[in-house]
Design a protein around this ligand. Structure first.
Ligand code: GLY
Length: 390
């Protein structure tokens, strides 16, 4: 692939034909559009219901350390690179949109309720420490000095001081404002096939819907999430993000200044969006076991979303095999929010310069082999299973 084969902006066009068409107005699509527009490209973003996808459900943890899992070295590298971009990205976006993102840097506590839970948790953070990531084990008394509201029977934990959070429900509108101020056009309406859009370069940032558009192996991974609210309009009684094991159940608690606490999440190999009583029960029980005061909170929302999963849990970033004019930016699975800055920067760079950053190398679409012939020829038809990408 050479730069001249698809770098956008080189062809004179009529007033309405964009250099870049982005399919999907989630955080990834909007951030790519914003980054391209500030670099002088004409950009259209296509989405029938902007901001209604997985990011609306997501908790917004920026957790390259806590989410560094066994055997995912390359993904961990990308998570770390993107998290390092978050402070500047948040500052620039706050300025561009004139909006507060709910970006907070209080850090994350990793905790285990029972001795077995602590053994499981510490096995993972031992691995993370081995990678040189900043995880500091804490005695129970040190944990409670940091968060007195933790249950007295929590056996131990660790601090991931550099794992932070942002509020996706503030991030999405901010990205939309920044993108529109930079000249991006939002086009309502579903894109059923790549030939529905016209531009030098098409970016497919359509989450799970990328599968039907591109043939890439992106599958829905259901996550059920609860939202609680502190009583009396106050802030939650804890500041850190809490990630813990409680009697074998994994749960995270994300406190916001607004009084909201996001409690998540199930990880299920299914595509429906049903909220089940059993999932609510397990999440609430684990949450209250770790943070007893939550039993007094209001339960204000139960919701399920579809994470765009891939065979290796890593995103798919770059040109489709045989279609250098079509870039994938999908498959972010559990990490869409933290990976937004690096994805936007690398994809915008690739479009502007035609040169892929070395960081992209492990994540290219061709690692999964050829895409279906219909995609390569630009004439693919939607399958019977095709789902809306929202
Ligand atoms: N990253 C959190 C989740 O996917 O539930």
């Amino acid at each position: 692939m050479t730069g001249s084969s698809f770098a956008a902006g080189g062809v004179a066009k009529g007033p309405f034909l964009p250099d870049v068409a982005v399919v999907g107005a989630g955080p990834i699509g909007l951030a790519i559009a914003w980054r391209c527009a500030v670099r002088g490209l004409r950009v259209a973003v296509h989405d029938p219901a902007p901001g209604s996808g997985a990011a609306h459900v997501a908790a917004g943890m920026l957790a390259p350390v806590a989410e560094a899992y066994f055997g995912e070295h390359e993904l961990t590298g990308l998570l770390t690179a993107s998290a390092a971009r978050w402070p500047a990205f948040a500052a620039e976006l706050t300025d561009a949109a004139g909006a507060d993102l709910g970006y907070r840097t209080d850090g994350t506590l990793l905790v285990g309720l029972t001795a077995d839970d602590l053994a499981e948790a510490s096995r993972l953070w031992g691995y993370q420490q081995g990678l040189g990531l900043p995880v500091t084990p804490l005695r129970p008394s040190e944990l409670r000095d940091r968060e007195p509201a933790l249950a007295p029977r929590v056996r131990g934990g660790a601090l991931a001081a550099t794992d932070h959070q942002v509020d996706p429900r503030r991030l999405l509108p901010a990205l939309r404002i920044a993108a529109e101020r930079a000249g991006v056009t939002l086009v309502p309406g579903a894109v059923r096939r790549l030939s529905d859009v016209a531009a030098d370069v098409t970016v497919v940032a359509a989450g799970c819907g990328a599968a039907a558009l591109t043939g890439l192996p992106v599958r829905p991974v259901k996550g059920q999430v609860l939202r609680l609210r502190a009583p009396g309009g106050g802030a939650p009684g804890f500041r850190h993000v809490i990630r813990g094991y409680a009697d074998g159940e994994h749960v995270y608690l994300v406190p916001r200044d607004s009084g909201e606490v996001v409690v998540g999440a199930t990880v299920e190999e299914r595509a429906d969006l049903v909220v089940s009583a059993g999932a609510v029960l397990r999440l609430l029980r684990a949450a209250v076991d770790l943070m007893p005061e939550l039993v007094e909170y209001d339960l204000v929302e139960t919701l399920a979303g579809r994470r765009p999963g891939t065979p290796d849990n890593a995103p798919i970033l770059g040109p489709l095999p045989g279609r250098p004019d079509v870039l994938a930016a999908t498959g972010h699975h559990r990490h869409g929010i933290v990976l937004t800055p690096v994805t936007a920067d690398l994809i915008a760079d690739l479009i502007v310069t035609g040169r892929p950053d070395p960081l992209l190398a492990p994540f290219t679409p061709d690692r999964f082999g050829p895409v279906p012939a219909g995609v390569t020829s630009g004439r693919q038809q939607p399958t019977a299973e095709e789902e809306s990408w929202n």
